[in-house]
Design a protein around this ligand. Sequence first.
Ligand code: NAP
Length: 349
Amino acid sequence: MRAVQYDAYGGGAAGLKHVEVPIPSAKKNELLLKLDAATINPVDWKIQKGVLRPLLPLKLPFIPGTDVAGVVAHVGPGVKDFMVGDQVVAMLNSLYGGAFAEYAVASVNLTVKRPPEVSAAEGAGLPVAAGTALQALRSIGAKFDGTGEPLNVLITAASGGVGLYAVQLAKLANLHVTATCGARNVELVKSLGADEVLDYRTPEGATMRSPSGRKYDGVVHCTVGVSWASFEPLMSAAGRVIDITPNFSSMLTSALHMVTLRKKRLVPLLLSPNKADLEFLVGLVKEVKLKTVVDSSFPFKRLDAGMAEEHRRPCHRQDRRRDESLIMGMPRDCHRERILFVLFISLVK
Ligand SMILES: NC(=O)c1ccc[n+]([C@@H]2O[C@H](COP(=O)([O-])OP(=O)(O)OC[C@H]3O[C@@H](n4cnc5c(N)ncnc54)[C@H](OP(=O)(O)O)[C@@H]3O)[C@@H](O)[C@H]2O)c1
């Protein structure tokens, strides 16, 4: 099968190679998927750069990517709930990757059926980005069954892959949303339901203060370079900042808050992938309550160009102007050997 892989850490897009490799085989409780779509998340280039090497030592060569949509081509031993031909959305194991290829192996524990109302691109956008948004909001106390408090939340980097889902999910949970993003994405973020949107490059935006004077019960913090000292005065008495980009210093702050039983707290969050959340998210897309925002598309053969864009314009530079969700792709029925790719890529002008 065709795949894109790298055989050493670093090297950026130039380190990616189009290769022919054997089709992997599904073992116990696994599915072999013929892929229609895959997402690039910031973590994919972080893994290639070696940023997560101590936590995620890779077996090289490595085919990157975890978030996919495809069709079941073969079922491994012990699989009961899926059959050949099922359309699915899956999150692959981060240690093994495998999404940027024609076929990949997924565990049944992180695979859900994709109803016809949900396109492959919409589905492939969900596992990491929407999963993280959902778990961050739950950590703040958001409820999706109508029983939650009408909390006030701040979502930083609301125009990013995680932020765009977080805004929509927060509104589904009946929260009041203040969001930060770059100027040209303000209308997009508003259109997804944010009540107040701040351009983080303006002095008002940089303060992150709610224009209506609200204190935040929770923050879904999706960018970097903001200290606890900046958040603390904005928070309600028991407000929590859920930090999805924790660094050493924020981990220390968070540990200190924990041992001193602080009510206002910084809480690091690492996605804990699970099937129930993925099923919930696919269901919301099916019911047209949640959408995957996609800006552009690329064919599989141009995956390295997409990754080049991602490496050139790395996540969280203060000068970045826009995040875009890019699709790389060709419909499966046009070119069997090509795959539709959804990429969440940060673009800086
Ligand atoms: N902990 C976890 O499990 C987990 C899971 C998923 C992602 N993450 C991490 O979370 C981060 C965000 O992921 P993502 O997929 O949402 O990234 P992304 O799609 O690359 O989005 C980043 C966004 O950052 C915005 N931005 C940059 N500086 C900003 C600032 N000072 N204030 C407000 N917005 C700012 C940009 O806005 P404009 O373009 O509008 O200027 C852009 O939309 C990444 O570092 C990723 O690795 C962690």
